[in-house]
Design a protein around this ligand. Structure first.
Ligand SMILES: [Zn+2]
Ligand SMILES: [Zn+2]
Length: 304
């Protein structure tokens, strides 16, 4: 089979031939039909995560069809359409796993990092990593929903916001354009926040009720003028933009951070105290959460 691999940290992607291997116990062989390209693939290409064994094939937004199953694989069958996202398997025996919190597994696996990913004709993955793809979603449509999609979908549905609440999506890029669609279709009063006016038309066509240009307006004031946000989904990778929006939360509101930056965020503690507001991170979700994301997207026509 053909793969696009990275020979070592910092090396260019190169095409190579690999032997197809049979799936072992608990594993399935998937014929890849589409694989999204995610910013986090750079971890593999640039060597940003310690312990990656090279050569390595990146890719963790995989959509395809099961071609073979190993021993003890239940209930997945040959021919089934499946997706594999950031959640590429868990150990089942660490403390978080024993509590049923599989996305927090301390030995969690990510395709393209822990094992070869989807920049290939085939992948072999643990059955724990599989999500079923609904018939009415194309492979190309499903693939990006398995990382950017589930991240925003799951963060929003677990944010505590309820139907009709004001929910703001900070940043209208790869994550944010999905976040706006999910927020609207989950029944929230949806605010899109981005730099400049270029994204306004797109944001409104994706479902935003309101648009805030962060270069021309104080974002916190703009959100307060709308009543204050129950949830701000922060998809930008600029911590300063997150800090500037925290004041837009209504009492007991939460900023949910999914924009991955290693730079520090500065927030005066007093900004959080009077309204008992908070800033929390959110880690993607499991393969079952991915499946929910795909089903919701097919049902609601989101994820374009
Ligand atoms: Zn990703
Ligand atoms: Zn575990």
């Amino acid at each position: 089979m053909r793969v696009m691999q990275v020979a070592g940290p910092g090396a260019k992607l190169e095409q190579a031939e690999r032997e197809l291997r049979d799936p072992g116990p608990g594993e399935v062989l998937v014929r890849v039909q589409a694989c999204g390209v995610c910013h986090s693939d750079a971890f593999t290409i640039e060597g940003g995560v310690p312990g990656i064994e090279y050569p390595r094939v990146p890719g963790h937004e995989i959509a395809g069809r099961i071609e073979a199953v190993g021993e003890a694989v239940v209930p997945w069958t040959v021919g089934q359409r499946v997706g594999v996202g950031w959640f590429g398997g868990n150990c089942g025996h660490c403390d978080p796993c024993r509590r049923g919190d599989m996305i927090s597994c301390v030995n969690g696996q990510v395709p393209g990092i822990a094992y070869d990913g989807g920049y290939a004709d085939h992948v072999v993955v643990p059955q724990r990593a599989l999500a079923s793809i609904p018939d009415d979603l194309s492979a190309e449509g499903a693939a990006p929903l398995l990382c950017a999609g589930i991240t925003t979908f799951n963060a929003l549905r677990e944010s505590g916001a309820r139907a009709g609440d004001l929910v703001a999506v900070l940043g209208i890029g790869g994550l944010g354009h999905l976040g706006v669609q999910f927020a609207r279709r989950m029944g929230f009063e949806t605010v899109a926040i981005a730099r400049g006016t270029d994204k306004e038309e797109q944001a409104r066509s994706l479902g935003a009720h309101h648009y805030v240009d962060s270069t021309g307006t104080d974002v916190a004031d703009a959100l307060q003028a709308l009543g204050g946000a129950t949830t701000i989904l922060a998809t930008v990778t600029a911590p300063a933009a997150m800090s500037a929006a925290v004041g837009g939360l209504r009492p007991r509101g939460r900023m949910v951070v999914v924009g991955a930056s290693t730079d520090p965020m500065q927030i005066p503690p007093f900004a959080l105290i009077p309204g008992s507001t908070g800033v929390v991170g959110h880690a993607s979700g499991t393969s079952k959460d991915s499946e929910d994301t795909l089903r919701f997207s097919a049902l609601q026509g989101s994820g374009r």
